[in-house]
Each structure stands twice: as structure tokens, then as C-alpha cells.
Design a protein around this ligand. Structure first.
Ligand code: SAM
Length: 267
């Protein structure tokens, strides 16, 4: 079994965990099995990001039709393809942030114990892709989980929360202590799942998400300050009047409907 302290420590005798790649390996077999069970469907492909030594991959193979895994680290890749030889597993030695997701036309599940240094770019890449997603189940830092689930007006609320809540039902599946990883990270973690809640419209989303990101460009500034380099004063005045915004409103005070109204008015 790969998800065990004895196996991971044995391999770490030869390969050092690379901090620069966010390598914290899962060593608790029950947690790994639980995540894989929640994430997979027997009739669907699962895409895994950062399989590492294969702790999660091993269980994803049990519960999925097949698994495509993207690993950036050559040492991990070489070790993994030797350990897990299964014709239903395809491991790509590739940076997930650079891989071409348009190769997938079938419906997929996504599952990962994400490398924490690139969690947000990986999530944005998935959310903004045209993948036909059944469900996404990922381990993230608790702090990121709080941002993903954040409600309007709270400190954690931002472009990521709005984008994700527009597209998905977000659920915190379980909190995970640092002790189930080797080496143990300095932060607590949470497994979060995302289930699509609407039909996709790539063209609309591109423009809408760009507007949302622009509104949060400088968090501490007013909405007006964030918009003034992008639109003329007359347009901004009309926007405030039509949407009923107070003069000094900040982006984090606005809800999804406010952003949708803004987008409708501007475009
Ligand atoms: N899945 C394994 C587990 O749960 O034990 C390892 C998880 S570890 C937190 C993150 C993994 O992602 C590492 O194997 C790391 O090398 C890999 N990784 C880091 N950045 C990556 C990237 N941009 N693309 C693909 N894999 C990446």
C-alpha cells in the first residue's frame, strides 16, 4: 500500500521531498480511500493532478473507469510508472498548468491532493477550461477552502469565490490534520468538492470573469477606483445609477447578482 508511513519513508530515503513542488505525501490509507470514493465513478475517467508516489492514484484506479495523471517531477514520474503498472493508468510527465485539456471530450471527474504553491492557478485553469466536468474533489489548504466558500461581505470573499460559486455547488467534505501527510505541512487542510450547477457558456464566462477580476484588482480600493481606468466616467455613473450602488461601494460588498447586473449593463 502506497499510502503508508513505512512506504513513503522508505522512498524518501532515496528521493527527497521537493518543497518547490509542494510535495507532502498522504500516509493515511483510510483518508485516501475516502477521498477516492467520494471523487470517482466506475464509468468515468478521473484526471489527477500531481500523483506523486501514487497514494491517491492507487485508489482512484479502484473506483474509476481509468485515470490520467499529470506529474511535473521527473523523479516522481519515473518511480510511479514503475510502481503502478495498470493499462487503465496513463501518467503524463507534464506541468498541469501547461497541459492541453482540449484533448478531453468525454465527461470526467477531477481529483487531487493539490500542490499548495499553485492551488489557485490550477483551480482557475480547471474552472475556465471547457472540460465536461462531473465533479471536482481536491485537497487544499483550509485557508483556500474558506475563500472558495466565502460569503459576500466577508474578508475571504473575492474573485475566486464568485467565479467558483457561479459555476459550482461547493462543499467542504472533510477537514484533514497535518499529521496525515509526510512531511507534515505547516497548515491544516480541507477536502473540497465542486459540482457543476449550470450549463456553460464560454464566451459569456470569459468576459464576466474578467470583469469580476477587474473589480477586485485592488481589494482595499473602492469599486469606482478599480473601474476608472477601464471605463469612462459617464459609463461608470450610468452603471452606479442602474445598479443602485452607493458611491463608495467596494467589490467585496457586492453579490453575484450585482456582478451579473453590471456585466449585463456594460456589455
Ligand atoms: N498525490 C500525492 C499524494 O497525495 O501523496 C502527492 C501530492 S503532493 C501535495 C503534490 C504533487 O503535485 C507532487 O507530486 C508534485 O510533484 C506535483 N506537482 C507540483 N506542481 C505540479 C504541476 N504544476 N503540475 C503537475 N504536478 C505538479
Amino acid at each position: 500500500m502506497i499510502a503508508s508511513i513505512s512506504y513513503v519513508k522508505e522512498v524518501m530515503g532515496e528521493l527527497k521531498a521537493k518543497k518547490k513542488y509542494g510535495q507532502n505525501f498522504l500516509i493515511d490509507a483510510n483518508i485516501v480511500d475516502n477521498i477516492a470514493k467520494k471523487a470517482c465513478d466506475k464509468e468515468l475517467k478521473t484526471i489527477e493532478i500531481g500523483p506523486g508516489l501514487g497514494a491517491l492514484t492507487e485508489r482512484l484506479l479502484v473506483y474509476s473507469k481509468d485515470v490520467d495523471a499529470y506529474e511535473i517531477d521527473k523523479d516522481m514520474y519515473e518511480r510511479l510508472v514503475k510502481t503502478l503498472s495498470d493499462e487503465r493508468l496513463h501518467v503524463y510527465l507534464e506541468d498541469f498548468l501547461k497541459c492541453d485539456l482540449s484533448r478531453y471530450s468525454e465527461k470526467v471527474n477531477i481529483c487531487a491532493n493539490l500542490p499548495y504553491y499553485v492551488t489557485t492557478p490550477i483551480l482557475f485553469k480547471i474552472f475556465e477550461s471547457e472540460l465536461d466536468i462531473n465533479k471536482i474533489t481536491v485537497m487544499v489548504q483550509k485557508e483556500v477552502a474558506d475563500r472558495l466558500k466565502a460569503a459576500q461581505g466577508t474578508e475571504d470573499y473575492g474573485a475566486l469565490s464568485i467565479e467558483v460559486q457561479y459555476l459550482y455547488d461547493v462543499k467542504a467534505e472533510m477537514n484533514v490534520p497535518a499529521s496525515v501527510f509526510y512531511p507534515a505541512p505547516k497548515v491544516e487542510s480541507t477536502v473540497v468538492s465542486f459540482t457543476p450547477n449550470r450549463a456553460r457558456d464560454a464566451q459569456f464566462e470569459k468576459g464576466f470573469f474578467e470583469l469580476v477580476k477587474n473589480c477586485f484588482r485592488m481589494r482595499r480600493k473602492t469599486l469606482h477606483n478599480n473601474l476608472k481606468d477601464l471605463y469612462d466616467e459617464e459609463t461608470i455613473a450610468r452603471l452606479y445609477a442602474e445598479c443602485g450602488f452607493k458611491d463608495n461601494v467596494r467589490a467585496q460588498e457586492l453579490g453575484l447578482t450585482d456582478f451579473l447586473n453590471m456585466y449585463k449593463m456594460l456589455y
